[in-house]
Design a protein around this ligand. Structure first.
Ligand SMILES: [Zn+2]
Length: 473
């Protein structure tokens, strides 16, 4: 689910482990059974820029609990997060220890995820009208039985989540241009067994939801966040990916971390960057030697640099806008409106290969969170990212000689060329309200092999497919 490079490593390791460990452990450990909804999690170490993926089950018998699964990786399972499963294994501290063979679907399989299908097909993207959405968030504060870490300031947390100005509520209102509402309340503190020297996150979360549930109707909330004074977790926030729960390990929770974990709840992956080198090891904008730098995109709260609004890929994933799709071999000039304009073409999607596309956007200062200086590079150029279709978005650096990504945007008169297709993207001109970009293709190049399946006509456009079940109803 996370960065493609590391995902590949994980799945390769998983394969090796299965092959070598198959004989002695054919079946999962027996003993305990948990049935419920399979949910993915991601733990965010903002300071180190590292994340850890996990899996767990919200049990049918008690949906206030969350049972992490140990011993399995999502890549090993025949079921996907969101599906109902029965897992067999051994319950212990840290969750249910099981194996891939111990996790079985309880319902008929849904259609396979669209994320693995080619992004090229003859299809025109319909214009999307942002739908209204109301998030009811219950934040439950926790204090430890030994008193360590003190208490979380409830009034301050309430302002961070629901206040006017710099808050999570304002963040999602701005990123949706007013169509989303975030409301809720802060309760607690409830005392849980433990101290800041440990990190029994699932136990603390279960206990907090259980205690709060005696006086608050948890089912009235779409999302539940449990917050405790900073403990030895090694991460600042942990969230369900497409699920209702988050866990915040911050004595003074920030808008960045809480908005980020809600972003995971809505199904968003990380905003990362792509660091690429040529054959001689010199840094370049794009090549076939690239590595994912997790969280590195400075222009989204799904990175770890600052609570900037969502970029175009994630806004499309959240069904807040659509892109103008450029067909392979279609030479065109497009006037891009700023990403947060009320209408117009706000992002351009260009074929890259069979599984990803480039998405180009023009950011301008907007409201509270996109308060860039209007002369800063992100606001005077167009920003290019690779969309991997549900995996981390990858910001490209068009000035790879500088280490900073703050100046990643393509400036007027500059050209970005894709080495595989030969596509050339040029920022021709710009005003404060539009950026004129041209797209051209080499006339003599043989169409790439990935176009074969869909034919080689101009009708081939990169298609955004909504990540399966990205938004829960
Ligand atoms: Zn995250």
């Amino acid at each position: 689910m996370r960065g493609s490079t590391r995902g590949l490593v994980v799945s390769l390791l998983g394969t090796v482990l299965v092959v070598t460990a198959q004989a002695p452990t054919v079946s999962a450990p027996r003993g305990d059974t948990v049935s419920g909804t399979l949910v993915a999690t991601v733990a965010d170490d903002f300071a180190a820029g590292e994340d850890t993926d996990g899996l767990g089950i919200i049990p049918d018998e008690d949906p206030t609990r969350f049972v992490p699964l140990a011993g399995v990786e999502a890549a090993d399972l025949a079921v996907a997060p969101g599906e109902r499963v029965r897992a067999r294994g051994r319950l212990a501290a840290g969750g249910l220890r099981t194996a891939a063979s111990g996790v079985r679907p309880l319902t008929a399989r849904s259609a396979p995820s669209e994320g693995s299908t080619p992004l090229v097909a003859p299809f025109e993207e319909p214009e999307v009208a942002a739908a209204a959405r109301t998030t009811s968030l219950l934040a439950i504060t926790v204090r430890f039985s030994d008193g360590s870490g003190g208490t979380v300031d409830k009034a301050r947390l309430s302002r961070t989540l629901f206040g006017d100005g710099d808050s999570v509520s304002t963040y999602y209102s701005e990123t949706s241009r007013g169509s989303w509402t975030t409301k809720g309340r802060v309760v607690g503190p409830f005392t849980v067994s433990g101290s800041t020297r440990g990190c029994d996150w699932e136990g603390w979360g279960d206990s907090a939801r259980d205690q709060a549930g005696r006086t608050v109707d948890l089912s009235a909330y779409t999302n539940v966040m449990v917050v405790w004074p900073t403990a030895a977790c090694g991460w600042a926030g942990l969230g369900h990916v497409r699920g209702p729960y988050s866990w915040i390990n911050q004595s003074t929770p920030s808008v960045l971390v809480t908005a980020h974990e809600l972003g995971h709840n809505y199904g968003l992956p990380h905003a990362s960057s792509y660091e690429c080198r040529d054959a001689s090891g010199r840094r370049v904008t794009i090549s076939d030697r690239c590595s994912v730098v997790g969280y590195a995109d400075p222009f989204s709260a799904m990175g770890n640099r600052g609570a900037r609004l969502h970029h175009g890929i994630h806004r499309q994933d959240l069904r807040l806008m659509s892109t103008r799709n450029v067909a392979y071999d279609e030479a065109t000039e497009v006037d891009l409106a700023p990403l947060y304009a009320a209408g117009g073409v706000r992002a351009l999607r260009i074929p890259r290969d069979g599984r990803s596309s480039y998405v180009v956007e023009y950011r301008r200062p907007y409201a509270t969170f996109d308060d860039f200086a209007s002369a800063s590079a992100v606001a005077t150029g167009v920003t290019i990212r690779v969309d991997q279709g549900g995996d981390d978005s990858l910001l490209l650096d068009t000035t790879p000689d500088t280490r900073s990504l703050d100046d990643a945007a393509l400036q007027v008169g500059r050209v970005f060329e894709d080495p595989t297709t030969g596509m050339r993207l040029t920022l021709e001109a710009r005003t404060s309200s539009l950026a004129s970009v041209s797209v051209s293709w080499p006339s003599t190049r043989t169409p790439p092999a990935w176009l074969e399946g869909a034919g080689r006509s101009r009708a081939n456009v990169p298609v955004w497919r909504p990540p399966a079940d990205l938004l829960r109803p």
